[in-house]
Design a protein around this ligand. Sequence first.
Ligand code: AMP
Length: 428
Amino acid sequence: MSFDSLGLSAELLRAVADQGYSEPTPVQRRAIPAILAGRDILAGAQTGTGKTAGFTLPLLQRLSRSPAASGRRKVRALILTPTRELAAQVGESVQTYGRYLPLKSAVVFGGVKINPQIQKLRAGVDVLVATPGRLLDHVSQKTLDLSAVEILVLDEADRMLDMGFIHDIRRVLALLPEARQNLLFSATYSSDIRRLADRLLNAPEQIEVARRNTAAERVSQVVHPVDRERKRELLSYLVGSGDWRQVLVFTRTKHGANRLCKQLEKDGIRSAAIHGNKSQGARTRALADFKNGAVRVLVATDIAARGLDIDQLPHVVNYELPNVPEDYVHRIGRTGRAGNEGRALSLVCVDEHRLLKDIERLLKRDLPRESIAGYEPDPSIRPEPIQKGRGGRGSARPGAQRGSGRRQGGRAAADSRPQGRRRQARAG
Ligand code: AMP
């Protein structure tokens, strides 16, 4: 099936051809005609299914075909996303697919100056991509008028609810005209999503393109058991010996991401960290450097990685297992996308056996264990509790002091321990 049969205009087909897409993905096949027909949509589609083009193309066509009210341009399509990165990526897609149409778009999200966004909104915008918090900032500053919105898209709605945006979403809904088209995209269907869908959608076309855990089936997964203090060394070894050029590495904490990134740099592996404490500029730069190959390892926390669109990522490494098993599925969904073979590796230490069990329960299967020669875990090492939240693991040990003394102790320990362990392991 080609794009020509979906009812898209010549301008949009040209933009699609520029991208080199030969045929629509399953979500596009279903969503595009339904949206063009003016229907509401409830789509269960993850990142990587082509969902962005699935709603952007028909949305642009509807706006370009129906005339706007005369006078200053007002926002006619509003796309809400959970994260800044996703907003930026959707904004890029709107630009890309709309390049031959006389429509204007803008992206607004927090963490950057508001004034340039205000200028852009003042100049008139047809399509606005936004994260909920900054959108409401604009509303309260009266720099944004939502009274002419005809199409609302909630992208990754499950993520928005996970991140606590439900109240913001309700506030936004109250600002929109009653008569409008609503498109809801969500990777998962919790009861909260169903409630939101019931409230929001009018006789929606339901589209289900990928079952929830398909990434788990498509991606080859392996667990490398290793001691907690030797994970970094093993990671450097894997990156170097496998000559990996592009690997996304997950840590549990922001602090852990920064620390790992510095250590990898010391090992001569160009790395960047991406997490919520980084400025928007730093995050955008890190992602661009990773995409263009200047950086080999991108170290990310779960929240920062959501919605990242990185093509054909060959390797994903769980440097630390996530506390929430569903996050594991989201993480490994970053590899093996759009039919490409992907490999997800988890470096698992004795502290994480319970987390691993939870993940295997969710996947309904055991993951294969493969020890790497020279990195076999030392069976005498006892599990330690996993530190949640700030600080990261490895910095707090039983009996360690709080405050700066603890940090120093942690650093000294991190420097000296691997050697000691290696000697021990060899001796044993
Ligand atoms: P999404 O699920 O929207 O995040 O899209 C995932 C990736 O698929 C993006 O890099 C798109 O550029 C790409 N893509 C979207 N539609 C198609 C298509 N019809 N054929 C090939 N790639 C596509």
